[in-house]
Design a protein around this ligand. Sequence first.
Ligand code: AMP
Ligand code: ZN
Length: 114
Amino acid sequence: MQECIFCKIVNRNIPAEIIYEDDQVMAFKDIRPAAPIHYLLIPKKHIPTFLDLKEEDEGIVGHLQRVAGMIAREAGLTKKGFRLVSNCLEDGGQLIFHIHYHFLAGRPLQWPPG
Ligand code: AMP
Ligand code: ZN
């Protein structure tokens, strides 16, 4: 997917502050942080939305969530915690159509979101 900004990050065509990477997933700093810690966790495979997930993608999504736990441990968040959230389509507020989790931490986060 040539147009996709997150695929470009995966392929090193545009820069990002990558904080974690393995063969399946990548995590990098959000360019417009909404909290003191704001990472984006993405699969390297281009999947536009959660509506496009196939059975064979279940492992990737599970892996992304486990990586979130690893990142939280690494960042010393095991007591304070964090939020993992994903926006889907217009009402969800999705702007980039490559599945991602926002990993937010470093301040008390309000609920429900606006
Ligand atoms: P969403 O609205 O859930 O699709 O979130 C997209 C997120 O991607 C936003 O929080 C943006 O700030 C972030 N973003 C857009 N472009 C970049 C980029 N080049 N590097 C890092 N984060 C980005
Ligand atoms: Zn993509």
